[in-house]
Design a protein around this ligand. Structure first.
Ligand code: C2O
Ligand code: CU
Ligand code: CU
Length: 494
């Protein structure tokens, strides 16, 4: 009831911004941020035991329109598993789907048979019960499908969730750590809906080449999310759980955020940053100050990770040929993905000046260098590493246990790729000879390699040799992984 102008004024700001950007927001208003249930398992006979059941579910991505999904102990996504460094865990994973599935523990060092990669297929109706010691430093990790040639659609449907590892070193720092109160996981994902509002997994050539990118953004499955904060400081653990989209995160008003952790745990010290880029698979933890009691938003922009290759700006497959596509939205307009509403002002909390004592990064420890060249072939028809596409029957590398190596990852394509290595947390030495940004000064398991760039990482597989069961290294753009930008290695006795 009213004029067009009145209607505009009544629109929530996020909807106005959405009209300026390529992203869309369905339904006006704000939705309370969904927080995944915390699952601490049950300690039985010296092991912490988790029971996970994968099943088909349903979710309304748009109010009133039901889409089929996959979830773990939930209709969509799954519980946050909480573990402690040094303990043994066992996970009973039941596959209630009509399809095979796998569950991979991303970021963990563990025996290859427990890794949950494509070789650990769980058939429909079957149970898989891996067990391993938690060797990881405290951080945010995650678990997700790693089905051979089917990871993209399963993760997209919801087969993914966070893991928190805690340890004494981090506990001693007194960082915000009350789950769901001042310590919040944020799984950031984009989705495409069809005209009726149903979840759509595009499978056209464009989506195969660029990866599936949606024009709707969700945090923990919530669109236009709002979080009511009860504390003056929040710890946000951000996981880019998207299939293909990169994000630059920032805070409204240009406020700085304190970056405290990368994939594999705390950095040596907090870094005040204004923007933070995460590619699929990468995580970061930030502390946000709310002591003044002012509302704040977490914003995301979507950088072009393809050098205009298929964008609207006359790249090699410019707008003329492909047209503007809904599933290729990218924008320099910041889009609000989470509104934070503090309850009032509170005393400012000081940051510890030092976070963790990281071992010195010493590339001279390396006894050999391996080189990996990522390529996409013509029109994405040859997703490959070192000229070969993933073959389940080929072991590409044999890596001696306990030896330091430099892995040199080069990108021969026109698009950035997040390179992920299983069973290790590595250190980034340099990018084209230049020192890495703050996020890459700590431990990482996934690293962006920009077009024509070369990134060097230092790593060592500390244990778990098994000549017969491979681990994977791959691009974490899931459609690239599914199309073969992946290789296999075994860790062998030296
Ligand atoms: Cu997050 Cu091999 O995967
Ligand atoms: Cu992994
Ligand atoms: Cu890729």
């Amino acid at each position: 009831a009213g004029t067009a102008a009145a209607g505009l004024v009544a629109l929530p700001l996020s909807a106005c911004e959405a009209q300026n950007s390529l992203f869309s927001a369905d339904g006006a208003g704000a939705n309370p941020l969904a927080i995944p249930e915390l699952n601490q398992g049950i300690v039985e006979q010296g092991e912490r035991v988790f029971r996970l059941s994968i099943s088909a579910g349903q979710k309304e991505f748009v109010p009133g329109v039901v889409s089929p999904t996959i979830g773990i102990n939930a209709p969509y996504l799954g519980p946050t598993l909480e573990m402690r460094r040094g303990e043994r865990v066992r996970l009973h994973v039941d596959n209630g789907l009509d399809d095979g599935a796998t569950v991979h523990w991303h970021g963990f060092e563990l025996p290859a048979a427990a890794d949950g990669g494509p070789h650990q297929l769980i058939r429909p109706g079957a149970r898989w019960s891996p067990s391993f010691e938690v060797r990881q430093r405290a951080s945010l990790y995650w678990y997700h499908s790693h089905l051979h040639r089917g990871t993209g659609p399963q993760v997209y449907a919801g087969l993914a969730a966070p893991i928190y590892v805690r340890d004494d070193e981090e506990d001693a720092l007194d960082l915000p750590s009350e789950y769901g109160v001042d310590d919040i996981p944020l799984i950031v994902q984009d989705r495409v809906l069809d005209n009726s509002g149903k979840l759509l997994y595009p499978q056209n050539m464009h989506a195969q080449m660029m990866g599936v990118r949606g024009d709707r953004l969700y945090v923990n499955g919530t669109q236009n999310a709002v979080f009511d904060a009860r504390t003056g400081q929040l710890r946000l653990r951000i996981l880019n759980g998207s299939n293909a989209r990169f994000y630059d995160f920032s805070l409204s008003g240009g406020q700085t955020m304190e970056l405290i952790a990368s994939d594999g745990g705390l950095l040596d010290r907090p870094h005040a940053v204004r923007s933070l880029r995460l590619a699929p698979g990468e995580r970061a933890q930030i502390l946000v100050d709310l002591s003044e009691g002012r509302p704040l938003s977490l914003l995301a922009t979507s950088p072009d990770n393809s050098m205009g290759m298929m964008g609207n700006g006359g790249g090699m497959m410019g707008g003329g040929m492909m047209g503007r596509r809904r599933d290729d939205a990218r924008t320099d307009e910041p889009f609000r993905i989470l509104d934070i509403r503090p309850s009032g002002s509170s005393p400012r909390r000081n940051l510890p000046p030092q976070l963790a004592a990281l071992p010195a990064l010493d590339p001279s420890l390396a006894v050999r260098t391996r080189r990996f060249v990522l390529d996409m072939g013509m029109m994405g028809g040859g997703m490959s590493i070192n000229g070969a596409s993933m073959d389940m029957n080929v072991i590409n590398e044999r890596v001696p246990v306990g030896q330091w190596e430099i892995w040199e990852i080069a990108n021969a394509s026109m698009m950035a790729h997040p390179f992920h290595i299983h069973n290790v947390q590595f250190r980034v030495i340099d990018r084209d000879g230049h020192a890495p940004p703050p996020l890459e000064t700590g431990f990482k398991d996934t690293v962006i390699v920009n077009p024509r760039e070369q990134v060097r990482v230092l790593l060592r597989f500390e244990e778990h040799s098994d000549p017969d069961t491979p681990y994977m290294y791959h691009c974490h753009i899931l459609e690239h992984e599914d199309a073969g930008m992946m290789g296999q290695f075994v860790v062998v006795n030296s």
